[in-house]
Design a protein around this ligand. Structure first.
Ligand SMILES: Cc1ncc(C[n+]2csc(CCOP(=O)(O)OP(=O)(O)O)c2C)c(N)n1
Ligand SMILES: [Mg+2]
Length: 653
């Protein structure tokens, strides 16, 4: 009889050693599952995980889990998520935080990860499992439930949650966490709460817990019968349309999509996460769809009789709050790895990996193509839209002459960045008016070159995410487009970029407040109330006085960034070139530019459902409500027609 070999380590040391030995694999390619661990220490992790990470950093002959000090716990989750998204969800980071506020600061990041279906491992610290010293500093006490801690708030935001109250629970917690992180259906925020006394407790672990483990990321195949039904629907359709979502990118299905489109002539509209599924200029590429869509994609959507969603979760922006698809008989086919999404809009569910399903569909559709007139329509619609984009990138003298000295339009800022970056450079954004403008206007030339977080649209994502994107691929420059509001939420990680000498380029677009919410407010009758960064006016007592004397360029400079202040189109172009030429290990570069928010991106007349007060003392609100009810009348439940069309004889295998 052999006795099982064991090794004596603390729980925290076991966590670090285990994480350093996890790998993911897809299509025969293997990579470390964890690039490292971000953290901010305090009581709860300084002596537990902190000691374990130190010991790991100093050890020779062991797999390493590099530690990086961040500035804000929410931000370090954003950095990890951006890294994982850029790595097609095959690699991520762990995040450790101290007891209480350190841990709950990660909640927003957890929600963002889960909503965007991006893997990240969160290790919030907990108060004592033994409770002997309680209540400790920062401990929540609930009279009705002695075992509740602030970390229970992670439960609804995580795809997997465990709290390790005894060392014996750790192996199953870790294995469960890895299973969910590497499962493309389940993935999102994964949380293992670690009470501070448990982290420091020693235990005899079986050595096999620390063996190298490889987690295969699955590519489930579609059911042949589903592919046959989908193909029959396509053959019966006159005006089919594909809607590409983030799943196209995560699966690496761009080539399969392109082949299907070229073979059949089916056009493609893209969600925010799916943008770049086809490159700009491809004949079937109709660009953004939905509330922030192009006129081309939205015109095709309006009378499409078959909509094939690929890897999309059908958010309200994608469906223009269920007004984008107006054909009475429109049917949906949903190719999705998650049955949950595949079932939406009463669509025909094709539960599979996107690349596999698109390849199977292309072969089932051999010999089928849309009519030439439909291809001609696509080309005409696209030419019309692309001319609008060109005009936004290069506004006429009539537009620019009307601007105050030193101000640019937002469209020309995006245009200059687009035209002066390399095709592989990454543009990044999350909240404000720029995500919508980027969705409409950005010309994507590489599959990983567009990164707009629009699942949670979280102000503050941009600066920390730029670090994650750059760490994921140092051969690309990263341009974080951030508004003044978003910048003020989370400029902190510029310091982390300085510390790690990470070259990120932040384009800080100053327009003195919330242009996005301001124009939304105005369109809903709320008169831009409370959306400008202004002094309180002495007479009216309202926030409509002079502009605040804030200098965000100086702010960025004070945090260690190299800042370029621009006041003209030529100055902006020069700044972009200078930023690109900056050293690869020179840390962050910030380009500060002021824009005139009253010049809008071209409109596609699409709608987004934001309810308006149904009774009001204000004329502006009453007018907006009348318009709102008109739009509401166009909203459709998007359920299948009552009778299923006859698909004809199906050849069974
Ligand atoms: C954390 C967070 N809080 C609030 C919002 C709601 N919100 C969306 S955009 C926006 C204003 C963004 O301002 P800024 O970054 O200056 O961009 P601009 O709208 O001026 O383009 C707000 C408050 C949000 N998306 N995220
Ligand atoms: Mg702003």
């Amino acid at each position: 009889m052999t006795t099982q070999q064991t090794v004596r380590l603390t729980v925290a040391q076991a966590v670090v050693r285990f994480l350093a030995n996890q790998w993911s694999e897809r299509d025969g390619q293997r990579q470390k599952l964890f690039a490292g661990c971000f953290g901010i220490f305090g009581h709860g992790n300084v002596a537990g995980l902190g000691q374990a990470l130190l010991q790991n950093e100093l050890a020779d002959g062991q797999e390493h889990l590099p530690y990086v000090l961040a500035r804000n716990e929410q931000a370090m989750v954003h950095t990890s998520v951006a890294y994982a998204r850029q790595k097609d969800r095959l690699q991520t980071w762990a995040c450790t935080a101290s007891v209480g506020p350190g841990s709950t600061n990660m909640l927003t990041g957890a929600a963002l990860a889960t909503i965007n279906r991006i893997p990240v491992l969160l290790l919030p610290s907990g108060t004592f499992a033994t409770r002997v010293s309680g209540p400790v500093l920062q401990e929540l006490e609930q009279p009705y439930a002695a075992d509740v801690t602030v970390n229970d708030a992670f439960r609804p935001l995580s795809r997997f949650f465990d709290r390790v109250n005894r060392p014996e629970q750790l192996p199953s917690a870790l294995l469960g966490a890895m299973r969910v992180l590497t499962d493309p259906v389940e993935t999102g925020a994964v949380t293992i709460a670690l009470p501070q006394d448990v982290q420091a407790e020693a235990h005899d672990w079986p050595v096999e817990l620390f063996a190298e483990r490889v987690w295969r990321v699955a590519r489930p195949l579609p059911e042949q019968v589903d592919i046959q039904d989908a193909a029959a629907l396509a053959r019966a359709a006159k005006r089919p349309l594909i809607v590409a979502g983030g799943g196209v990118h995560y699966s690496g299905a761009e080539d399969a999509l392109r082949a299907l489109c070229e073979q059949t002539g089916i056009p493609v509209g893209e969600s925010q996460a799916g943008k770049g599924s086809l490159p700009h200029g491809h004949p079937q590429e109709m660009g953004a769809i939905g509330s922030t869509g192009t006129t081309a994609a939205n015109a095709l959507a309006a009378d499409a009789d078959l909509v094939i969603g690929v890897g999309t979760r059908w958010s309200d922006f994608t469906t223009a709050s269920r007004t984008a698809f107006q054909n009475e008989d429109v049917r949906f086919v949903n190719i999705n790895i998650a049955r949950f999404d595949a079932g939406k809009h009463a669509g025909l569910s094709v539960v599979a990996d996107a690349r596999e399903a698109l390849t199977a569909l292309a072969s089932e559709l051999e010999g089928y193509a849309v009519e030439p007139a439909y291809r001609e329509r696509q080309a005409a619609l696209w030419a019309e839209w692309d001319a609008e984009v060109e005009a936004a990138y290069h506004p006429s003298a009539e537009v620019t002459d009307a601007l105050a000295e030193g101000l640019l339009t937002q469209g020309e800022v995006l245009g200059a960045v687009n035209e002066l970056t390399d095709p592989r450079d990454v543009v990044l954004c999350a909240a404000g008016s720029m995500p919508g403008d980027l969705h409409k206007l950005w010309r994507v030339r590489d599959r990983k070159a567009y990164h707009v977080e629009y699942g949670y649209s979280c102000m503050g994502y941009e600066v920390p995410a730029s670090i994650g994107i750059r760490l994921a691929d140092e051969s690309r420059d990263v341009f974080a487009m951030v508004g003044d509001g978003g910048y003020l939420m989370m400029p902190t990680e510029l310091v982390t970029a300085v510390q790690e000498r990470v070259k990120v380029i932040v384009v800080l677009v100053q327009n003195h407040g919330f242009h996005s919410i301001g124009s939304l407010s105005e369109s809903l009758g709320s008169q831009r109330f409370g959306t400008k960064y202004r002094y309180r006016d002495e007479r009216s007592g309202r926030l409509e006085g002079a502009k605040l004397p804030i200098d965000l360029a100086a702010n960025a400079r004070s945090l260690g960034a190299h800042v370029i202040d621009v006041h003209s189109r030529a100055g902006l172009e020069q700044a972009i070139k200078e930023a690109k030429a900056a050293p690869a290990d020179g840390g962050p570069v910030v380009i500060h530019v002021e824009t005139d928010p009253t010049v809008y991106a071209p409109d596609s007349n699409a709608w987004w459902d934001v309810p308006v007060s149904s009774v009001s003392e204000l004329d502006s609100t009453r007018a907006a409500y009348a318009e709102y009810t008109d739009h509401k009348a166009r909203q459709r439940p998007l359920l299948a027609p009552p009778t299923t069309p006859d698909l004809g004889e199906r050849t069974l295998p």
